[in-house]
Design a protein around this ligand. Structure first.
Ligand code: NAD
Ligand code: MG
Length: 345
């Protein structure tokens, strides 16, 4: 391991650090009603804030948001009324919607907010100087931001102030995080740059890219060696949650304590043969490509000129992988997972 500082360096803020009164009389417009949008809107509403939703004409989410007791407007109309505009539409669409509907309607002195730093950091959106710009980014999927809130807990957030026109932007950001339940778990201050780079690195190398490739490769090795795919699924996929839950609760120490010494010994000697020094080198290269903007420009290009052809092809291939077919069949036999195969909100 390289010599690095692993000391704790960030201050964490909790409920008692938030000045919720600052939300009094403010209208919060949530733009988009997807994974994050529905969670922010409903949590803020339950916290007592005045929330409206901005959607494009003909959006399927309109009826859903209205059935949740929220007023829905066009994006332009919602922004015009807002003291805080939280942009929760897909990152690759934000710049276009900002140019036509958000930017021209921002009230001077109001706040423009994001749940991911991408468009500000990579300068796809350049806000005027007379608005606050902040970020509150939950470190978890939107559906859990909602579910944990209703259960009385919360998902931690990172937050950042990019531009403080009002002199109150920090307080507004912390209050916003309280409204969605983030300060129940703790929120960390960061910068748009750090959040963007870390978030992209995490999802690419560890959480989604690395993890799914690891599970699929393990599954393939067992099936190609003649083991039944159902067993391979239980071994390399289903059990992942059980293992990760133990790590989540009590670190690697609790997880290995719950497993046999044989399993623990095997994990120490074989782990580094699977995730090797070369893997680490490649991760560093991926991080560089995030930092120098190579990944961002490739993804923006894929959306602009490519019509997402490559993305769609890769998505189809992923969905057709045998682990998905076997998994769907097996999960269907687990009564507690019935009907949970699709996102619902
Ligand atoms: P999503 O795809 O789930 O939802 C997008 C919503 O925007 C949908 O309701 C869609 O109908 C709406 N929309 C699309 N085009 C629109 C337009 N032109 N005008 C108005 N509405 C439009 O998106 P998401 O995953 O919730 O991501 C939103 C933001 O939150 C992104 O910045 C993302 O990086 C960030 N974020 C997401 C997660 C997550 O768990 N998904 C976690 C942290 C941060
Ligand atoms: Mg992410």
């Amino acid at each position: 391991m390289e010599k690095t500082c692993y000391e704790m360096t960030s201050k964490t803020y909790y409920d008692q650090d938030a000045n919720w009164d600052i939300m009094k009389g403010k209208t919060i417009a949530i733009i988009g009603y997807g994974s994050q949008g529905h969670a922010h809107a409903l949590n803020l509403k339950d916290s007592g804030a005045n929330v409206i939703v901005g959607l494009y004409e003909g959006s399927k989410s309109k009826a859903i948001a209205e059935s949740h007791g929220l007023k829905v407007y066009t994006v332009a109309e919602a922004v015009k009324q807002a003291d805080i505009t939280m942009v929760l539409i897909p990152d690759e669409k934000q710049a276009d919607v900002y140019k036509t509907e958000i930017g021209p309607n921002l009230k001077p002195g109001s706040a423009l907010a994001f749940a991911h730093g991408f468009n500000i950091h990579f300068q796809q959106i350049i806000p005027p100087e007379n608005v606050d710009v902040f970020m509150v980014a939950p470190k978890g999927p939107g559906h859990l931001v909602r579910r944990t809130f209703t259960e009385g807990s919360g998902v931690p957030d990172v937050f950042a102030v990019y531009q403080d026109a009002s002199g109150q932007c920090f307080d507004i950001a912390v209050a916003y995080a309280r409204g969605i339940g983030g300060t129940r778990a703790g929120i960390l201050q960061t910068t748009f740059r750090d959040e963007t780079e870390e978030d992209l690195f995490g999802e690419q190398c560890v959480l989604m890219g690395g993890l799914c490739q690891l599970m699929k490769t393990g599954f393939e090795v067992l099936v190609e060696a003649g083991y039944p795919p159902e067993m391979a699924y239980f071994e390399c996929f289903h059990e992942m949650k059980l293992i990760v839950d133990l790590c989540y609760e009590g670190g690697i120490t609790k997880m290995v304590n719950s497993c046999s010494d044989t399993a623990e010994y095997g994990s120490y000697v074989i782990g580094p043969r699977i995730i090797t020094e070369d893997t680490k080198k490649e991760m560093k290269k991926c991080l560089e490509e995030i930092q120098n903007g190579k990944f961002a420009s490739e993804w923006l290009q894929e959306n602009r000129a490519g019509g997402r052809a490559r993305f769609k092809a890769m998505r189809r291939l992923a969905q057709e992988h045998p682990i998905e077919k076997v998994g769907a069949r097996l999960r269907n036999m687990m009564p507690w997972l019935k009907g949970q195969d699709k996102l619902q909100f």
